[in-house]
Design a protein around this ligand. Sequence first.
Ligand code: UD1
Length: 427
Amino acid sequence: MNSFLINGGIPLAGSVRISGAKNSALKLMAASLLTEEKTVLHNVPLIQDVLTMAEVLRELGAVVTFEDGRVEIDPGAELSHTAPYELVRKMRASIIVMGPLVARLGRARVALPGGCNIGPRKIDFHLNGLEKLGASINVEHGFINVESAGLTGDIICLDYPSVGATENLMMAAATARGRTVIESAAREPEIIDLAKFLTSMGARISGAGSDTIIIDGVSGLAGAAHTVMPDRIEAGTFMAAAAVTGGDIVIEDLNPLHLEIFISKMRAIGVEVNEFDHKVRCRGGETYHSTDIATLPHPGFPTDLQAPVMVLLSLARGHSIVTENVFENRFVFVDEINRLGADIRTSGHHAVVHGGCRLEGAIVEAPDLRAGAALVLAGLASAGTTEVRRIGHIDRGYENFEQKLRALGADIQRTQSNDRTPSAATV
Ligand code: UD1
């Protein structure tokens, strides 16, 4: 098992280019199943989750080829309808193939994703929505079986603006008979990216980015080419990295409008952020101030940046309250960061961050993707050496993470860990 060895205390400097968004690329790859024709995606990050999605598509019968951030997907005329447990267990987001498969084949058999490190992450909104479109659902022997003799549009009101459910239903509805209206839809930028891709394939979608999305079903979709939007979570992670190390970096190829609330919170804490069209300059301050943060669906504070910002708040003066409203169990990394000298106490979905800490290197374990990245940030901010174990979680979502950090001056090496304990459940 691999670890990162980090010698902290070096202010980051220079510029870093942001990769394509993991959370968009995975859905665009799944959307390519909606046609028999080839699709081409540019700016796809070469990360483990993308490789897993490619495995899922290949398992279903598609031909997937990679070349320098360009991914070509040829689903062909014959597709299987089964996404097996081994792959869905490896990456929960695999369930996103359900909508495209039932739209194209009239059936999908997808393994139940099972346990997850950041809470139960149910899929009832996905299933209820598909039922509303006329599919019948039957869960047995650990598989979800979805069948339909032809989906028909309807009004679907989500109980909560779930990102995955909104995406699954948009894809299922793209070729359904008549009009589908998704109310209380997720408004994340990745939803807009998916709508753009589906539109270029011939779908008729309006309202993406608002809480009401209207999809007028079409008889079929064609192949298309699309460039994946920049990864706003990776961008936020690098901004937090500059801040916790007191660095000064330029982050390129991002859309600052995707990070408005995050940037305003960084400024409230005392980080200097200058925004340009497709880049930001982020300079750490001398002193940081405590700030309360509550995660919410977009355009609220992103839950995926909750852990990185907690590292920064640990260095701020005073107490901050962080409230996690999106996922249960997303404070699992707190015990790890406290091992580095932070003082964070949790109660339910609230965490009190007692700031003013001096972080010191130690051995810590990444419990999931975003928490893993936050532990790397904490290591960069710590005096001495930190070993972050189980970095397979980080490899799922950050392209060339240590190379990018090293180019900014960080002292970080990938190494074989002495850890012999079994690996934690995969998110
Ligand atoms: C996606 C992102 C993840 C991000 C999250 C919220 C991907 C691959 N992952 O996850 O990085 O943190 O959005 O921005 O894009 N829920 C239900 N029933 C459902 C669906 C969701 O109760 O059917 C609950 C979940 O348990 C969770 C909340 O709704 O508490 C939000 O989940 P959702 O928005 O669906 O997140 P994901 O799409 O899984």
